[in-house]
Write a protein that binds this ligand. Sequence first.
Ligand code: NAD
Ligand code: GLY
Length: 346
Amino acid sequence: MKTIKVNTGRPYEVLIGENILPNVGELVKKVIKAERLLIVTDDIVNSLYTGIVAESLAKSGYQVEIFVIENGEQSKCLSVYGAILDFLADSGYTRKDAIIALGGGVVGDLAGFVAATYLRGIEFVQIPTTLLAQIDSSVGGKTAIDLEAGKNLVGAFWQPSLVIADVLTLNTLPCKEIENGLGELIKYACLIGGEAYELVAKGYQKDTLRAVELSVAYKRDIVEADEREGGVRRLLNLGHTVAHGIEKLSSYTFTHGKAVACGIMAIANAEHRKGTLSSEDYYKIKELYATYNLDYSLPYSIKDICEVAKVDKKAEAKDINLVVIKGIGNCTIEKMELSKLKEYLK
Ligand code: NAD
Ligand code: GLY
């Protein structure tokens, strides 16, 4: 098992291993002094993993209850958020109790936001079970729910007390969800370069644990340097400006990870055209997509995508913070006038 320490305002560890779910109880016990734990999970993950997690936690002496939400992004909403809060309050959960977020990014963001806000904040543990959640969303403390007006519009920075990523849970993920995680994995390959690039280019499945470890270690460094996304954390938004446009235009039927994959290639195309990304690195980025047979063609016109970017929450006044690829392992943040985005992406 690998341990990555995250030194944020409230420090915590990310544990990455194979077949560690049966030991969750003793791992949590070292960190969480609570008597009661509420496992928040979705219906699919519930049928696969709640039994083993709940049993292990109960063996370690916790009183365990389970709150099951419907799987899918639509559950990251005010009404489900309110229902979990009501459950906690009606059941008499106190500040000494804690939440276990067992599932993908939807469960992690939602349960994390509940933890951030119930009684002005209680502890929570992330047990991510999707590729996207293990390499990205479970670490760094961004928690949120969606509004009708858009995704992640209400949230808080609230770090977990512990993250436990069992990579064997990825064996039950459907192909569509693996593909969803690949966008973020390609993002890390481009941001980190070196070994991370090589492993993702070969096929991350050759050493999934190492791929998760490298991604989390990079994210740890970024989050430690900039917990609240005032600067360098924006690098993690590589590909996201275009991705948000695609997701919004598709009414969120196009998955986030696939949209990120398209967004990264759009940036690589633009930088290669400008002559600021070498042909060698450009073709190496294309290789990442070939390895997984991933389509990176934009499903909407650049004009439409840029129109949506104008109302994106990451846009500051007339400028946008765009993450650009100057080389593999060499990405930077550039302020760009929104009016120039269309011309840049062409
Ligand atoms: P998800 O949580 O909806 O999970 C995808 C699907 O996989 C669901 O149907 C789920 O039931 C199923 N599933 C989960 N684990 C499984 C397993 N081991 N075996 C079989 N099925 C399994 O989606 P996601 O892609 O994990 O997360 C997307 C969410 O993450 C979005 O809401 C996005 O906004 C958020 N996100 C947050 C951050 C952050 O930093 N907080 C970063 C990126 C994305
Ligand atoms: N997923 C981007 C971030 O955590 O900042």
